[in-house]
Ligand binder design. Structure first.
Ligand code: GAR
Length: 200
């Protein structure tokens, strides 16, 4: 069976990308291979992580191109690399309807909370954990979902709950959500989606 060709889109540190690359190297994503890492920032450490593993990279910097042009260039790069599945890993740009349509049912995202709580426009990165602490909830977590035109609203693929502690700061909570949930469920969910796409 042909492996599903994966592009990972990042904007920052890339710890989820690292978890995916490690899982692939350890044989935990047997039905997929990361063939391209795309960044919308030249400063993203994710690009270094990809280079260290010999994965091709492409940068379409937010600061240098308007969104329409950037998305056109990204789609061209994805087509050139014959990408089957687009994985958003800390990608901090909301994709347009046209982009989502071009890869309908083939874009997944990880969100650092239990959707549908603490999602939507403006809820990204550390802001999510700040909102969780402000609300006083005792349980948070992470969600892997398909990307649709509704921000953080697509069908859920996997979730894992994480305890919120009395003495948590947004930063300690973010670290625990990543370690206990994100880095665990994302590679497993990607393998599940690859298996499903192989059957289509
Ligand atoms: C992760 O916590 C990810 O869930 C979140 O940004 C962080 C990126 O970290 N994504 C979002 O908030 C998307 N709305 P990473 O670059 O180290 O993977």
């Amino acid at each position: 069976m042909k492996k599903i060709r994966i592009a990972v889109l990042c904007s920052g540190g890339g710890t989820n990308l690292q978890a995916i690359l490690d899982a692939e190297a350890e044989g935990r994503i047997p039905d997929g291979e990361v063939v391209l890492v795309v960044s919308d920032s030249r400063e993203a450490y994710a690009v270094e992580r990809a280079k260290k593993r010999g994965v091709p990279t492409a940068i379409f910097a937010k600061r240098e191109m308007p969104r329409a042009e950037r998305e056109r260039a990204m789609l061209e790069a994805l087509h050139e690399s014959e990408v089957d599945l687009v994985v958003l890993a800390g990608f901090m740009t909301v994709l347009s309807f046209g982009f989502v349509k071009a890869y309908e049912g083939r874009i997944v995202n990880i969100h650092p909370a239990l959707l549908p709580s603490f999602g939507g426009v403006g809820m990204y990165g550390i802001h999510v954990h700040e909102a969780v602490l402000a609300a006083g909830v005792k349980v948070t977590g992470a969600t892997v979902h398909y990307v649709t035109e509704v921000c953080d609203g697509g069908p859920i693929i996997a979730q894992k709950a994480v305890e919120v502690r009395e003495d948590d700061t947004p930063e300690t909570l973010q670290q625990r959500v990543m370690r206990e949930a994100e880095w665990v469920i994302y590679p497993a969910a990607i393998q599940k989606v690859c298996k499903k796409l192989q059957g289509e």
